[in-house]
Structure formats: structure tokens, C-alpha cells
Design a protein around this ligand. Structure first.
Ligand code: NOJ
Ligand code: CA
Length: 515
């Protein structure tokens, strides 16, 4: 069976502000990414996803888009983008861009027009509503970033909806002109040769048309939630309305109208598997919704196994899974999972489970969560809700040679670095490289079936296809496994090329066994 490229691809996420600066303003840019593409080739990934680089007032660092079909001068020009795309394609790297359909910037000309008068033809391009009888917001919806999701507009006497910052008004996807125009922005990039889209908060675009209040949450906050007003509600009306699926079916027709190779992955924070899997449609919606279930998993074999098994169980046979262990919104992986000793085991997990993995830049060298002093903090979420700031995972890439020749936009750490790890065979970078090479040499690691196996307490054991078994010890004690086969790869080089019979896995150790 011939498979689409994104089944076997490993995606690498780049936060463009933090990858490489080329013009000395302390902020990464598109020519900077181009200049660093060989690192991706050397690492052995297949695709890059670049967080937004569109013109933007940067209230949410580019997730507030003021023009969907251009490049912010801070990041370069459209020509720079075309150069980047060509340079990536020359290296057989696919390019995925970030598409932000739920909201634009409040500085987007569409919103400026919409806001100018109740009778403006673009009024209905955004979600406007009259005040409640008491003059307050139309309903109880909250902004993810804190406070009510409604902003009063004095001049026109109505509220507008912003599910995120007030500088990010929600577009009204129930207006066919909005869909048509936003789909045109997708065509703009697809025509340039972009390989795929990462769709920002994809499930948010459709809300309850009657805009009913959300009921109170009847569950205790889980590890996905920090307790704030937002988390006290059950978000059944302010996002994820079933009509969203029709939009994605139409988007899929648009993408399939190219060459059948254009891909869409949705950022969908839905943790009810039955609801989550609906975003695949009948193979006619998104190619995949991101699977965030391991992001917040405790470092516990049984818990991780049960999440992976649950996801595998809910997928139709044709649907392709994926796994995410980190991104620009979450605490760096090794700090989230409990320390650098776990980085290698986490890499084995991410790169040997069935499905498309996404690596967040810097994970391959073990970049840590940075502690950013208050006076250097930039993330509006953190400035609005203390503790929620995401700057710590967005610090500049540590190349070992300069990221910039001026002051970087966020403080950066000196260690570890790419240069320091490149030629060291025992480094984390070499470990990632070897693991990615193995993934390409063992087809079962890319496409083999997944089946979990009972093993010693605290060890997650699973089979990939007929030939591969993976074992990871999530405990802080030794665990012995007995398998028929040879250890082909391990967190502990001494275990490699030995029989997997009676192998002892130390704390946080993992092995890939070929049977
Ligand atoms: C999700 C993005 O990942 C995050 O960085 C952004 O702030 C929100 N969507 C709003 O666009
Ligand atoms: Ca720059």
C-alpha cells in the first residue's frame, strides 16, 4: 500500500521568533530558519511546522493575524518564505504552516471595518451581540486567557467575542463570506507549494448559534486544567459545535483538490476520545487532530499505556495516530516529566509509538524550561494570569554559535548546545539522530501495528508489527525483562547488541528489541 508522506514523517516544530536571527534585531526570522535547515536534515526529521509569521501586532506573538497572506517584516518577506520553501523542498523537507482561523487581530482591516459601524458590510464577519438585559456581557463565556470572552465596543453599543485576548476577535464562521475568504487564504499558501496546515484551536471556530450560557463544570479540574473561572465551566456551547465538522469536510475537499498530498492537523484540546476521533470524519475531515493525551500524563507506565491503548481502540482502521510531547504552549518536556534522566526514555516513547510524532525545537538537545524574571516576561497570558506564562518554553534555540548578535527577545540559556553535542556520540542529539535513523531502517517502527503487552510492574511494553518490541522502565528501580530477540537500541549503550533475554533495565531506561 502506498502511504501518504505524513504517515511516516517526523514533524519538527519551529517557533520562528526563537530559531535564528539574521538581521540583528534579537528575533528569529525566516532567513534564519532557511540558514538552519541542515540541522533538520542532520537530525533526520521530514517536515517542519512553523508557528505564525504573518503580519501581526504580536499581542499573542503572531497568533493575532493582521493579514493572512503576507509575512510580517519582522520575519522577512514573501520572497524569503518562497526561498525557505524551496530550500526545504530541495532537502526533501515538507513545510507545514500555522493557520489561525478562529480569530484575527483586532488590527486586521476586516475587524477595523467590522467595528466601524453596525451597518458595515463586514459587521457580521465577527461575533457581535447586544448586552444582556442588565447591560452586562451577552452570556457567561470566558476567555481562555482570563476574564470574560466579551469586549464592550462603546462606539457601536455591542459586545464582540474573543475566545482568547481582546486583541483576538473571533471570526464568524457561520457567515459564508468568512469561510470563502479564509479558504482563499489557504489556497494562497497551497498555490505557493506549502505541504500542510497546522490549524490553531481548530474546534473553536463553531459555537452554539443561540449562544447559550455554558453550564458549570460538574467535574473536578483534571491535570489538563488549572482552576480559574474558565475551568469552572463545562465548555459545551462556546466551542466544538457539531457544525464544525461540515467546515472541515469542505476544507478537506479544498486540500484534496491539489495533489492529494496536502495535509491538515488540527490543534484540538478535546480529551473525550469519542469526541476527539470525530475530527477525522469518515476520512473526509482533518488528516489528524493532534493527540495531546501524553502531554500531561504522569511518568507512569500503566497510565501511559492506558492512554495510548484508549486512543488506539477508538481509531478506525484507516485513521492514523499521532503523538505530541511538547510545544510552544507547554512546559519543556524534561521539566514536565521530572528531569533530564527522562529525556531519552521520552524520545523512545515519542518515536516508537505508532503514528506521526512532533518534536518541539530544542527537545533534541534537552533544552530546559527557562525561569524568566518578571521584568523580562513577554507572554500576555502570563502577564494576565500569573503562572500561566509560556515564555519559559520559547527561549532561543541554543546553537552554541550565536542565535543573534544583539539582545535576544527572551533571555537564553548557555547550555546545552547543538555545537556541544554534535560530535559527541553519547549526547542526546546523537541519541535522537540514531533513533531517527533506526525508525527509517525498521519499517515496523514506522508502520507496524501497535499492541501493548503485559510486562513487569512499571514497565511499558509494546509490540510494533511482527519484528519490534519496545520496553520502557518508568520506575526508579531496576526491572528485568525476558524477550526473545536482540536489543537494537537502548538508553544504555551497554545493552545494545545483546540478547533481550534477562535484560535488566535501569531507572528510566528503554530498549528497542528486534525479535
Ligand atoms: C493555541 C496556540 O497554540 C497558542 O499559542 C495561542 O496563544 C492560542 N491558540 C490562541 O491563538
Ligand atoms: Ca530578526
Amino acid at each position: 500500500m502506498s502511504r501518504p508522506w505524513w504517515h511516516t514523517a517526523v514533524i519538527y516544530q519551529i517557533y520562528p521568533r526563537s530559531f535564528q536571527d539574521t538581521n540583528g534585531d534579537g528575533i528569529g526570522d525566516l532567513p534564519g530558519i532557511t540558514s538552519r535547515l541542515d540541522h533538520l536534515v542532520d537530525l533526520g526529521v521530514d517536515a517542519l511546522w512553523i508557528s505564525p509569521f504573518y503580519p501581526s501586532p504580536m499581542a499573542d506573538f503572531g497568533y493575532d493575524v493582521a493579514d493572512y497572506t503576507d509575512v510580517d517584516p519582522m520575519f522577512g518577506t514573501l520572497d524569503d518564505f518562497d526561498d525557505l520553501l524551496a530550500a526545504a523542498h530541495d532537502r526533501s523537507l515538507r513545510v507545514i504552516i500555522d493557520w489561525v482561523p478562529n480569530h484575527s487581530s483586532d488590527q486586521h482591516p476586516w475587524f477595523r471595518e467590522s467595528r466601524s459601524s453596525r451597518h458595515d458590510p463586514k459587521r457580521d464577519w465577527y461575533v457581535w451581540a447586544d448586552p444582556a438585559p442588565d447591560g452586562g456581557p451577552p452570556n457567561n463565556w470566558q476567555s481562555v486567557f482570563g476574564g470574560p470572552a466579551w469586549e464592550w465596543d462603546e462606539a457601536t453599543g455591542q459586545y464582540y467575542l474573543h475566545s482568547f485576548l481582546r486583541e483576538q476577535p473571533d471570526l464568524n464562521w457561520r457567515n459564508p463570506e468568512v469561510e470563502q475568504t479564509m479558504f482563499d487564504t489557504v489556497r494562497f499558501w497551497m498555490d505557493r507549494g506549502v505541504d500542510g496546515l497546522r490549524i490553531d484551536v481548530a474546534h473553536f471556530i463553531m459555537k452554539d448559534p443561540a449562544m447559550r450560557d455554558n453550564p458549570p463544570a460538574d467535574v473536578e479540574p483534571t491535570e489538563f486544567k488549572s482552576l480559574g473561572e474558565y475551568d469552572r465551566q463545562d465548555h459545551i456551547h462556546d466551542k466544538g459545535h457539531p457544525d464544525v465538522h461540515e467546515v472541515f469536510r469542505r476544507l478537506r475537499v479544498l486540500l484534496d483538490g491539489y495533489d492529494g498530498e496536502r495535509f491538515a492537523v488540527g490543534e484540538i484540546h478535546v480529551f473525550d476520545w469519542a469526541e476527539w476521533v470525530r475530527y477525522y470524519g469518515e476520512a473526509d475531515e482533518l488528516h489528524m487532530p493532534f493527540n495531546f493525551s501524553l502531554l500531561f500524563a504522569p511518568w507512569d507506565a500503566a497510565e501511559i499505556r492506558s492512554r495510548v491503548d484508549a486512543m488506539e481502540a477508538v481509531l478506525p482502521s484507516w485513521a492514523w495516530p499521532n503523538h505530541v510531547l511538547g510545544n510552544h504552549d507547554e512546559v519543556r518536556l524534561i521539566d514536565r516529566y521530572g528531569g533530564p534522566e527522562r529525556a531519552r526514555a521520552a524520545a523512545i516513547l515519542l518515536l516508537t509509538l505508532r503514528g506521526t510524532p512532533t518534536i518541539y525545537y530544542g527537545e533534541e538537545i534537552g533544552m530546559r524550561q527557562a525561569d524568566i524574571p518578571l521584568d523580562r516576561q513577554q507572554d500576555p497570558w502570563g502577564l494576565q494570569v500569573p503562572g500561566q506564562g509560556r515564555d519559559g518554553c520559547r527561549t532561543p534555540m541554543q546553537w552554541g554559535d550565536p542565535f543573534t548578535d544583539s539582545e535576544p527577545w527572551l533571555p537564553m540559556m548557555d547550555e546545552p548546545t547543538v555545537a556541544g553535542q554534535r560530535t559527541d556520540p553519547d549526547s542526546l542529539l546523537s541519541f535522537y539522530r540514531r533513533l531517527l535513523t533506526l525508525r527509517r531502517t525498521l519499517p515496523d517502527l514506522q508502520t507496524g501495528d501497535y499492541r501493548s503487552i503485559d510486562g513487569p510492574d512499571g514497565v511499558y511494553l509494546f509490540r510494533r508489527g511482527e519484528s519490534v518490541v519496545v520496553a520502557i522502565n518508568f520506575t526508579d528501580e531496576d526491572r528485568r525483562i525476558d524477550l526473545d530477540g536482540e536489543v537494537r537500541f537502548s538508553t544504555d549503550p551497554e545493552l545494545e547488541a545483546v540478547s533481550a533475554e534477562g535484560v535488566v533495565l535501569g531507572p528510566d531506561a528503554g530498549v528497542i528489541v528486534v525479535t
